[in-house]
Every structure is written in structure tokens, then in C-alpha cells.
Design a binder for this molecule. Structure first.
Ligand code: CP
Length: 309
């Protein structure tokens, strides 16, 4: 029987091509399940999962919780803002207290890069990284590639540009690793101030002209400008950013071909993407969200099958 090469999902960096294929094939099965009248399977009745969110989330948190419930796992939710973290309790103490209640798997979002790796080295549970600072967001990259595969047939050979605030983005790094593993050609595009200096070392094309990037690509993944992670100004004004790096319908209509538009959410409508694009048939933003449940069911199911009771 096929199984993942890893016991945790800490980042796409730790996966291989076969892992991604297995996750997609398993997600295909679960996608069929969640389209049935009864959207639930009994697979994980013996598994308890803790969702630990030390940072805000809408899509990822709800999607994981739904995926866990669709698999019949027992689920507990923890939000740092309403917890004893506010009284100074450490991450390890917090997690060990939760694990002493016989929890098998931890899904964690944390503002610090590497928090998931750290946790995996100190606690006895399977860890899924639901976003660690500006480092990785592996399930987002998996659902993004899965959505490209669904829309365009395959990921291999496709030209994908990641546009905008690459510097502060965990989605960008995980997408670069995932897309390259599957044989896509990857470009990043944005103002120089929002492109990390090391980015060329990852083997991606770099472009600062949005029109050139859009004419090259099959898919544009528009990143959110992450104002909350900016302690200085990276561009003169939001208006100027939008003029140079925002996608609107007129710009898309002026291109040589019809490209696919993605966005991980949450959207800054009118900044990196206008509503007439976000809500158009060129955008697969809500497909990404829908596929997130099947992808997360697949990841949880495959990791749970490696847990020894
Ligand atoms: N895409 C994403 O991670 O969204 P949330 O921050 O709402 O989870």
C-alpha cells in the first residue's frame, strides 16, 4: 500500500513528487465523498485532532475542522487569544498539556517560521503546519496545485506566475516548491522591494513588469499585500501599487490569451485584484477553497494511517 514518505506535514520542502501524487489521488476520492448526500466517512473514528491557532484564520481553520469532521475524527479547537498563552504559558507546555488528553495529531498555525518543525522535535504527535509566519503554508500550496490540475488538466509544463508581496508570503514559498516538484515553470513578479534577495536561488524567473508576466503565464496567483507584516513602507502608496501590480478586467482582456486567476485569500478587493476579476469565470478562487477540504482530508487521512496506537 502507498504511504507518505513523512510522518508530519511541516512544509512542501520535505515532500517528494510521489507524496504529492498520492495526496492528489486520495483527495480525488474524498472530493467524490464530499459531493455525496452523506458527506462523511468513518475512517478516523479512533483519532483525536487538536487545531491550535496562534494567528487569525478563516479558510484554513474552517477547512481543517470540516475535513476532520468529514473523516469522523474527534476535534478540539484552541485559539491562543482565548487561552492561557495570554498568561505566559509556553508553546511546549501548551501542546504537552493538550497531548496529555490523548491527542494524536496537531494542526498548528503560528506566527514564527519553523514553529511546526520545533514542535515535531519536542512532542509525540503528528504535526501539520497550517502556516508558520512567512515560511510555509503546505496545504495551501497543495490545494493550489490541485486546483490548477483540475482547471488545466495537469500542472507539468504550465507557466505559473506568483504576483505581489512575495517577501512576506508563506504561500509563495510553498507554491514554488510544489509547482517545481510537479514540473511547472515558475515566475515571481512584484516590486523589487517585495521580492526577497534569495529568490533567484530557488530557480524561479523574476519579473517586475506585470504585463510581461501575465503575457508569459497560464496561471497568475495573486498574493495579498500583507500590511500586518510590514513595519516599513515597501511601496509609495496603495494606489501606486494597484496601478502597477493590480489585476483588473481591462488588463486581462488586453492579453493575448485567457489566463487563470488564483488568490489564496483573504482578498484586498481593489488592491491586488478587482471585483470584476475575482468574481469572473477566469478566477478559481472559490474552487481553491472547496478543494482545500478534500486536500486536507487526504493529508490527515494519510498521516493518520502512519500513527501507531
Ligand atoms: N489562505 C489562508 O490561509 O486563509 P486564512 O488566513 O483565512 O486561513
Amino acid at each position: 500500500m502507498s504511504e507518505l514518505s513523512v510522518n508530519h506535514l511541516l512544509g512542501i520542502k520535505y515532500l517528494n513528487k510521489k507524496d504529492i501524487q498520492l495526496i492528489f489521488e486520495t483527495a480525488d476520492h474524498f472530493k467524490e465523498v464530499i459531493n455525496r448526500p452523506i458527506k462523511k466517512v468513518p475512517s478516523l473514528r479512533d483519532i483525536t485532532i487538536a487545531n491550535l491557532f496562534f494567528e487569525n484564520s478563516t479558510r484554513t481553520k474552517l477547512s481543517f475542522e470540516l475535513a476532520e469532521k468529514r473523516l469522523s475524527a474527534d476535534v478540539i479547537n484552541f485559539s491562543a487569544s482565548q487561552s492561557s498563552v495570554k498568561k505566559g504559558e509556553t508553546l511546549i507546555d501548551t501542546v504537552n498539556n493538550i497531548l496529555s488528553m490523548k491527542v494524536d495529531m496537531v494542526v498548528m498555525r503560528h506566527p514564527n517560521p519553523g514553529a511546526g518543525v520545533f514542535l515535531s522535535q519536542h512532542v509525540d504527535a503528528s504535526i501539520i503546519n497550517a502556516g508558520d509566519g512567512a515560511h510555509e503554508h503546505p496545504t495551501q500550496a497543495l490545494l493550489d496545485s490541485y486546483s490548477i490540475r483540475e482547471r488545466l488538466g495537469e500542472v507539468r509544463g504550465k507557466n505559473v506566475v506568483i504576483v505581489g508581496d512575495v517577501l512576506h508570503s508563506r504561500v509563495a514559498l510553498s507554491n514554488i516548491y510544489a509547482l517545481q516538484l510537479q514540473g511547472a515553470n515558475v515566475m515571481v513578479c512584484g516590486p523589487k522591494t517585495l521580492l526577497p534577495k534569495y529568490i533567484k536561488d530557488l530557480g524561479v524567473k523574476v519579473e517586475t513588469n506585470l504585463r510581461k508576466a501575465l503575457n508569459w503565464c497560464d496561471v497568475a496567483n495573486m498574493l495579498r499585500v500583507q500590511n500586518e507584516r510590514m513595519d516599513i513602507s515597501y511601496f509609495p502608496s496603495t494606489r501606486e501599487y494597484t496601478q502597477q501590480y493590480g489585476v483588473n478586467k481591462a488588463l486581462l482582456n488586453s492579453l493575448d490569451k485567457k489566463i487563470t486567476i488564483m488568490h489564496p485569500g483573504p482578498i484586498n478587493r481593489g488592491v491586488e485584484i478587482t471585483s470584476d476579476v475575482a468574481d469572473s469565470d477566469q478566477a478559481i478562487i472559490l474552487d481553491q477553497v472547496q478543494n482545500g477540504v478534500a486536500i486536507r482530508m487526504a493529508v490527515i487521512y494519510l498521516l493518520a494511517s502512519k500513527i501507531k496506537h
